[in-house]
Design a protein around this ligand. Structure first.
Ligand SMILES: Nc1ncnc2c1ncn2[C@@H]1O[C@H](COP(=O)(O)OP(=O)(O)OP(=O)(O)O)[C@@H](O)[C@H]1O
Ligand code: NI
Length: 336
């Protein structure tokens, strides 16, 4: 990936939540980049830091969170150096938009879809010259583009009049009407059944091509990762443990945690009926071990893994793995 096509570069980002029970290091020095028009996946179990990453980019973290260090370069501007007013004016709902798992939380039940779409448009730089009639026409057009039939009449309805899948289409309309350079998608299809999910993922792919958007796609579901993303970062307990083109994540997973996740995909194991899980529990973020966070659950751990934190190292072109045992494990795979 050439430097020029990088739209987002997250560099050494660390975030902690300070609570009565202590400080939880939700992000520990994470680094990755997104290219223009790339769909980049962030995958990991619950609590690994995926949503915190997205919230930090848009700076919508809760009070308890503190950014301990790092940079978020978006089109070469460090978003962490901007104040609330600048972020709001230039980025949220302009350059960057977000869709989340639960449209109920993002759509306001007391306003119609039209009122909410127009509200987004009023805030957006691209629509300053339009009057209300023109904006309404554009909004109807956008709903239709997102696959909502009879958009002209449906735009006057309230969110509860839409099904779950249709609400997510409305959310995508609100996101893409901003003509964003970057879309943050935080588990947007997790609450949907598989058929609807497949339709929404297809719609997302098409829209990304049409609007030239880059996407940070967050999910705990590797089958969704396989379906939509170009590259993927695997997160474990606040660390990125592997980054690779998505095919390689599946064909040559390097980190023992990635391998464990892949073994857990239904249908990928011979013992099809029993869904294997990775034994053990995620390390407590308030009391992290000095060495590798995955050590307690790893079958391959050795002394060194208990002492030092492994850093991401290049395993192949564009493929990075943070594991001291990587070379040994990959040679073992090749001998099989
Ligand atoms: N508001 C909060 N206050 C305190 N700790 C928090 C808060 N939000 C998140 N955390 C901690 O930060 C860690 C990362 O949370 P985050 O929501 O980023 O994970 P995630 O990967 O998105 O998980 P999920 O798949 O469940 O959405 C969690 O372990 C959690 O304990
Ligand atoms: Ni989350």
């Amino acid at each position: 990936m050439s430097e020029d096509s990088t739209i987002l570069h997250i560099d050494g980002l660390s975030v902690e939540y300070h609570t009565r029970h202590g400080s939880a290091r939700a992000l520990n020095n994470i680094t990755f980049s997104l290219a223009e028009q790339e769909i980049f996946g962030l995958v990991g179990e619950s609590g690994s830091g995926k949503s915190t990453t997205a919230k930090t980019i848009l700076q919508i973290l809760p009070e308890a969170a503190e950014i301990e260090g790092g940079r978020i370069l978006f089109k070469e501007e460090d978003l962490l150096t901007l104040d609330e007013k600048e972020i709001n004016r230039d980025y949220r709902g302009n350059e960057i938009s977000m869709v989340i798992q639960n449209p109920q939380n993002a759509l306001n039940p007391v306003f119609t879809v039209k009122e909410q779409l127009l509200d987004v448009m009023k805030h957006n730089k691209g629509y300053q010259a339009m009057n209300k009639k023109q904006m309404t026409e554009r909004a109807v057009e956008m709903l239709a583009e997102m696959g909502i039939a009879e958009a002209e009449s449906r735009i006057g309805e309230y969110p509860h009049q839409f099904s779950g899948g249709m609400k997510q289409r409305v959310m995508l309309a609100m996101a893409f009407i901003c003509n964003p350079s970057l879309l943050l998608a935080d588990e947007p299809t997790t609450a949907l059944d598989v058929t609807i999910e497949a339709q929404i993922l297809q719609l997302l792919r098409n829209s990304v091509d049409k609007f030239n958007t880059s996407v940070l796609y967050i999910t705990h579901d590797l089958s969704v990762i396989k379906e939509v993303t170009d590259r993927t970062a695997v997160m474990y307990a606040g660390n990125i443990v592997e980054i690779a083109p998505t095919e390689e994540i599946f064909s040559e997973p390097g980190h023992p945690y990635t391998r464990g996740l892949i073994r857990c995909i239904p249908g990928s194991s011979e013992r099809d009926k029993i869904l294997p899980t990775i034994p053990g529990r995620v390390a407590s973020l308030t009391d992290l071990p000095p060495g590798c966070n995955f050590y307690d659950r790893c079958e391959h751990g050795q002394k060194v893994c208990q002492k030092k934190q492994p850093q991401l190292e290049q395993a192949d072109d564009g493929h990075y793995v943070a594991c001291f045992r990587y070379e040994y494990l990959s040679s073992e795979v090749k001998q099989q």
